[in-house]
Design a protein around this ligand. Structure first.
Ligand SMILES: Cc1cc2nc3c(=O)[nH]c(=O)nc-3n(C[C@H](O)[C@H](O)[C@H](O)COP(=O)(O)OP(=O)(O)OC[C@H]3O[C@@H](n4cnc5c(N)ncnc54)[C@H](O)[C@@H]3O)c2cc1C
Length: 374
């Protein structure tokens, strides 16, 4: 019998647990540990902020879902892993102290390093959890005039909600008849091309931003905030009445100090999703050290690869599944919507498509996820 511990109840952890439960016999024990029993469908948080859906539409209870698949669920805070002793230290929750494992899948996502931006907590909105998305939505609804600034901080790896928010905001202001009173600006620490990793997609995005009178400011590496201005590292000021920023990302602190991460805390893995230099540990999702944006569909694919290889390892077969680092996203609001599919491990140009179909497909994908995982 093998004891498998999966850390994290997001896209990566949930899919890893489900795929392992499908592939392993009942004699093996699979346990998922996560700080909350709620699974959150993050790609829907922009729609939540703009009042297009309710909190109940973007989350479901994981415990019952996991039990239905014969996976134990523990609601608890993971403090640290020890790959040498094969233990996980639980800080608090339904259990406390050390949990042993034979095999581990690390899927704790990324940490929001808000401490890197002075004044972030006091002056910026973000929409990286349900409460913050609702709070941002309330602030938008109060807005009548002024400047709204939206963007990513240096080290943030999530462009999609920034652009979706900008287009949704422009549309909302038009509907309210106050568009001419509010200036909307997207700021980027780099360029549009490097944010969306594709020249054609960037060109179409640029055209769509201009068509909606949304300003775009590249090269704005924001370091600190006051109540009404963002300040870049070289001292430029970007005034705002309302600010929404994706904060810098870092790897989960639960993996630090054991020699498995890069300098930003992301876990080094190979294309089998095995942690480099260690047996019996896999890592998937936002926590791993791969280039480019951090996206849910990548976490899902990585989890499928890790689960397949781990099941093979337990059953003494050759772990043969490999991950290919591809990016697929849909940005709603670009004309109708913009789809990009790109291989991030080659220099091949991406496939870019535009049309109403893609925003429909994104919503269908959410519904399919709910039906098949909740
Ligand atoms: C607003 C928004 C819009 C997005 N839009 C898209 C999109 O359109 N398309 C797309 O592909 N991706 C999108 N993403 C990105 C996508 O949501 C993430 O890439 C994905 O959630 C990563 O999955 P994960 O399992 O690695 O991490 P997460 O989903 O972050 O899951 C990590 C889990 O671990 C738990 N956890 C963390 N630390 C601890 C701890 N110490 N102890 C216990 N539990 C812990 C968390 O509570 C969570 O359950 C979006 C994200 C946001 C926020």
């Amino acid at each position: 019998m093998a004891k498998v511990l999966i850390l994290g109840g997001g896209f990566g952890g949930v899919v890893a647990a489900e795929r392992l439960a499908e592939q392993l016999g009942d004699e093996h024990q699979i346990t998922l540990v996560s700080r909350s029993r709620q699974f959150v469908f993050y790609p829907a948080l922009v729609r939540l902020a703009f009042g297009k859906c309710q909190p109940a539409d973007v989350s479901f209870d994981l415990r019952q879902t996991m039990l239905d698949r014969k996976v134990n669920f523990i609601e608890a805070e993971v403090a640290h892993i020890d790959p040498f002793e094969r233990t996980v230290t639980i800080a608090h929750g339904e259990v406390e102290g050390k949990l042993g494992y034979d095999y581990l899948i690390f899927a704790l996502g990324r940490r929001l390093a808000t401490e890197q931006i002075t004044g972030f907590y006091e002056h910026a909105h973000h929409l990286l959890n349900v409460d913050k998305a609702i709070k941002f939505g309330k602030a938008i609804n109060k807005l009548r005039e002024g400047c709204v600034v939206l963007g990513q901080c240096p080290g943030a790896r999530l462009p999609v909600p920034v652009y979706e928010s900008a287009f949704a905001l422009a549309r909302l202001l038009e509907e309210k008849g106050i568009r001419q009173h509010v200036r909307v600006t997207v700021v980027s620490p780099t360029t549009l091309e490097s944010e969306v990793v594709d020249v054609d997609a960037a060109a179409r995005l640029k055209t769509a931003l201009a068509a909606r009178q949304i300003d775009f400011l590249p090269g704005m590496d924001i370091k600190s905030l006051t109540a009404n201005a963002a300040i870049t590292s070289d001292g430029r000021l970007i005034p705002f009445n309302l600010l929404m920023l994706v904060p810098p990302f870092r790897g989960s602190s639960a993996a630090s100090y054991v020699g498995i991460t890069n300098e930003d805390g992301y876990i080094n893995v190979n294309s089998s999703m095995r942690v480099r230099g260690h047996d019996r540990i896999y890592a998937v999702g936002d926590c791993v050290n791969f280039d480019g944006p951090k996206m849910g569909h990548m976490a899902v694919r990585q989890a499928e690869v890790a689960a397949t290889n781990l099941a093979a390892e337990i059953e003494r077969r050759e772990p043969a599944a490999r991950y290919e680092h591809e990016m697929r996203f849909v940005i709603e609001g670009v004309g109708d919507s913009l789809y990009l599919h790109k291989d991030l491990w080659t220099d091949e140009p991406g496939t870019v498509k535009q049309g109403r179909f893609w925003s429909w497909a994104k919503r269908v994908q959410k519904s399919l996820w709910e039906v098949s995982h909740s």
